[in-house]
Each structure stands twice: as C-alpha cells, then as structure tokens.
Design a protein. Structure first.
Length: 258
C-alpha cells in the first residue's frame, strides 16, 4: 500500500503515545489516560449528554457564522468597491477584530442574558471581520480591465457580478467563511463557559469546577473530532466542487503521471 494512504496516522499516533507516556508520569487529576478519557466519552455518549450539548453548541455557532456571513459579505464588497466607504468605515474591521472574545462575551451576557443570543452574538462579532476582510480583498484583486471588457461586450451589472466578480472573490470568501466558523466555534465555547446554562463550553467549565478531568479531556476530544469532521465532510468536498475549474498544480500533474 502506498505510504500516502497511512501517513496521516503518524501524527495521531505520536500524540497518543506522548499522551499515554505523560499520563503514566502525571497525577490523573491533571492528565487522565487515553483509556480513562475514552471511557468518560462513552459514558457521555450513552447518557445522551454528548449529542445534546454538541447539538446546542453547533446550532449557536452555525447561526452566528451565517449571520456574520450575511452581514460581512455585503459590507466587505462595499469596502472593496468604494474608496469613500473604505475611508469612512474601514477602521471598524480592525477595531472589531482586535476586541477580545471575552469582552464580546461580557457584552453578550449584558445585552442578551443567559440565552442563545449571547453566544450567537460573540460568534457574529468574531466571524464578521474575517469574512468582510476576505471579501474586501477579493474585490480589490479583481482585474478592472476584465470588468471593463465584460461591460464592453454588453454584459449588465448582474452578469458582471455573476461571471466576473463572484468567481474572483469566491476563494477569498470561502477562506473567510472557513476561518469564521473555526474561530466562531472556539469563541462560542468561551461564551458558553462564561455564562450559558447549556452547551459544550458550559459542560467543560462544569467539569473543571468539579475536577472531573477525564470529562474535561473527553469534551475537548469531542470538540476536536467535530471540527475535523466539519473540515473533512463539509469544507473539503465543498471546496473541491466549487473550485473544480482550477487547473491541477505541476506537482499534482507529475504525481498523476507517475
């Protein structure tokens, strides 16, 4: 079997081995063994807590990322299309991005209380600048000569947007959405830990307070597994389909040829 089919197992094997060795040398309250963590994970799954809390957190994060996309995309397009808009509102993006997620979480709790709205708000404020910046940079990267050529051929604004602008900004927009969802998932857990009565972040903080270290590791492992699953099952296939028009790189072509 070619080495590329099993090489992806090397890094997880190294991590698992280092984890097992560390667990034998550190108190179980600080680092449970992989077996103890797996047992705690299975108990959470059998009780239904794992699926219920993951569903709650995923709903909040996805909703926040979608709202961030619907606001951030047109805002980024306006910034990239109009010099006046960029001069007037361009400073808003670095200001929002520089604000700590903990501060947004405090504002979310102040304005929305112990509800889904607080976590969704934090995710929106995290995803929005990432999506806007990528949309703005994608618009700026569009060749103006290409736009002018399309207009000279009789294409209207809608056709230019569909055939020229959208394909040009799609890679940047896809990257911004991917980053927004990834960072949104992380800060969403912070918001849940600070002031939510449910969700993975809440259960993580609860496990830490009760010193149930195996559950802390189990919830952390579940979060990592969910992010890997989203990347492999959603983003990678979607990226392959959206950008199927791209030519393969020279290295890929040579690999296929050999």
């Amino acid at each position: 079997m070619p080495i590329r089919y099993w090489s992806w197992l090397v890094f997880p094997a190294i991590v698992l081995g280092a984890w097992q060795i560390g667990a034998t040398r550190v108190d179980a309250l600080l680092m449970p063994s992989p077996a103890a963590t797996l047992d705690a994970l299975m108990q959470l799954a059998r009780a239904g807590d794992l699926w219920r809390e993951l569903a709650v957190s995923l709903r909040r994060v996805c909703l926040g990322a979608l709202i961030g996309l619907f606001i951030g995309l047109p805002f980024g397009v306006l910034l990239g299309s109009s010099r006046a808009v960029e001069l007037t509102f361009g400073a808003a993006l670095p200001a929002i991005a520089a604000t700590s997620s903990a501060i947004w979480a405090v504002f979310g709790l102040l304005w929305f209380g112990l509800s889904d709205g607080a976590t969704v708000f934090v995710v929106v404020m995290t995803a929005l600048p990432l999506i806007s910046v990528n949309a703005r940079d994608g618009i700026k990267a569009v060749d103006p000569d290409l736009v002018q050529l399309a207009r000279s051929m009789g294409l209207g604004p809608a056709a230019v947007g569909r055939k020229i602008l959208l394909p040009s900004i799609l890679p940047a927009l896809f990257a911004g959405t991917r980053l927004g969802l990834g960072f949104g998932w992380r800060v969403g857990l912070v918001a849940e830990a600070l002031g939510s009565p449910s969700g993975v972040g809440f259960r993580l903080k609860q496990s830490i307070d009760l010193m149930h270290t195996a559950e802390v590791f189990a919830w952390s492992l579940a979060v990592i597994a969910v992010m890997i699953a989203i990347e492999l099952l959603i983003f990678y296939p979607l990226e392959t389909w959206l950008f199927r028009w791209r030519k393969p790189s020279i290295s890929q072509g040579s690999a296929v040829a050999t």
